[in-house]
Design a protein around this ligand. Structure first.
Ligand SMILES: [Mg+2]
Length: 173
């Protein structure tokens, strides 16, 4: 039952992962969550570390695509500053909206990697799509209300997976 909630890898945050790792596992496109993965939800525009991360990916010729359950007003200004493609109101862990995106994607699913901070949205979303994933810790402890409810179950599952040695740190690869 917990298999569907198990990420391929775990990381403390996206910023500790070096680009060589993505190259090593053959990633051509990173499908990345926004809130609490790249930046806190109250950061209207990308912080310097986010700008730097995207720059490094571009230099390594790795594409990045933003997937957020948040609204257009939240996602568009942020993604536009980074000059990257995005989908808002994605409704993760549901896959029907993103499957439409995948139809026009130039990347094969095996060359993609989903990164996010939540088991119930990002990891479940990735496993349903059969795409590799990295589950990060939360960037900041501050969250929007609806996320707080999810977090309760999130903690429980993480604890279970850890106890049963189901979590692989990206550094182990
Ligand atoms: Mg998030």
């Amino acid at each position: 039952m917990f298999k569907i909630f198990t990420p391929t890898y775990v990381a403390k945050n996206v910023y500790e992962i070096n680009v060589d790792f993505f190259k090593k596992i053959g990633i051509k496109c990173i499908i990345c969550d926004l809130d609490n993965t790249l930046d806190a939800y109250y950061e209207q525009y990308p912080t310097e570390k986010a700008m730097d991360f995207v720059k490094k990916l571009k230099e390594a010729e790795i594409d990045i695509f933003l997937t957020s359950n948040n609204t257009e007003t939240r996602v568009k200004p942020y993604a536009d500053k980074l000059n990257i493609n995005y989908i808002f109101s994605c409704r993760k862990p549901l896959v029907f909206k993103f499957k439409k995106v995948l139809k026009n994607f130039k990347y094969d699913r095996k060359d993609c990697l989903i990164i996010g901070d939540q088991v119930f949205t990002d990891v479940l979303f990735a496993n349903r799509l059969k795409i590799k994933s990295i589950l990060c810790d939360n960037l900041v402890s501050k969250d929007q209300f609806f996320t707080k409810i999810n977090k309760f179950f999130d903690k429980y599952i993480r604890r279970y997976l850890k106890k049963h040695n189901k979590l692989t740190d990206w550094r182990e690869i």
